[in-house]
Design a protein around this ligand. Structure first.
Ligand code: SAH
Length: 248
């Protein structure tokens, strides 16, 4: 049962799950607590579609899916999607919203680690967006994601960089000045440098294939992707290399 997974997996921070439970009703309000995720959703979908080798017809698992913003977007793009998360309330909202949207999505309350034990090598694409900075051991989640993907499959991770700029923009400005997201949404100490994320990926047998920053243009009030820097929010695409051909 799912509660047991929560109790037995040390890589779940109960305070984080409680926070996401308490915010759950606001997932689908484009001007609410998850407004930045609504705004970046089309950008990250495009990136995932590009580096996920085209989502249509792919089997995808969205790790830490929350209320299903990206999960639904990928299902609409034609993928067969499973969404996993440890917040029962976020999953409740995600399930109801999928019904409204008339989409078939398999939502399950489990961790990446537990799910990977039963579903190793089953997915063409694994996405894990804005989740790694909320877990005690992000490297273990990356390893589980690497287990879930098929050889030759793709993975896309996003998180916040551990820089002063990210602390200023991602925490101070977003939580205290513009009040886009509730205070306490992020702990800047848990942000992850791109070099660390890429090391977690390589240690899990993955190969980085692309990385881009998610930037905000305050004049246009718009987010955009650019690889000119990864200083704040960024996305990394990886590949699980296909099994090596035996040499002739
Ligand atoms: N990926 C979604 C939601 C990001 S919010 C998006 O980008 O739109 C982070 C999510 O991670 C929350 O829904 C939270 O409940 C979930 N989460 C945090 N720790 C988790 C864990 N150990 N296992 C699974 N999900 C977790």
């Amino acid at each position: 049962m799912t509660m047991q997974a929560k109790a037995t997996n040390p890589n779940v921070d109960p305070a984080e799950i409680e926070k996401f439970n308490s915010m759950a009703t606001r997932w689908w309000d484009p001007d609410g607590d998850f407004r930045p995720l609504h705004q970046i959703n089309p950008l990250r979908l495009e990136f995932i579609d590009l580096y996920g080798l085209g989502l249509a017809g792919r089997k995808v698992v969205d790790v830490g899916c929350g209320g299903g913003l990206l999960t639904e977007a990928m299902a609409k793009a034609g993928a067969q999607v499973t969404g996993i998360d440890m917040s029962p309330d976020a999953l409740g909202v995600a399930r109801l919203h999928a019904l409204d949207s008339e989409l078939t999505i398999d939502y399950q309350q489990t961790t990446a680690e537990d799910f990977a034990m039963a579903h190793a090598g089953q997915f063409d694409v694994v996405t894990c967006m804005e989740m790694l900075e909320h877990v005690p051991d992000p490297a273990a989640v990356v390893r589980a994601c690497a287990t879930l993907v098929k050889p030759g499959g793709r993975l896309v991770f996003s998180t916040l960089n551990r820089t002063l700029k990210a602390k200023l923009l991602g925490v101070f400005v977003a939580e205290y000045v513009l009040r886009w997201v509730p205070k306490g949404t992020h702990d800047a100490e848990k942000f992850i440098r791109p070099s660390e994320l890429i090391r977690f990926a390589e240690d899990a047998g993955l190969k980085e294939i692309a990385a881009t920053g998610i930037h905000y243009n305050p004049l246009l009030s718009q987010f955009f992707l650019s690889d000119r820097n990864l200083d704040v929010n960024y996305i990394v695409a990886c590949e699980r290399p296909a099994a090596e051909q035996p040499s002739a």
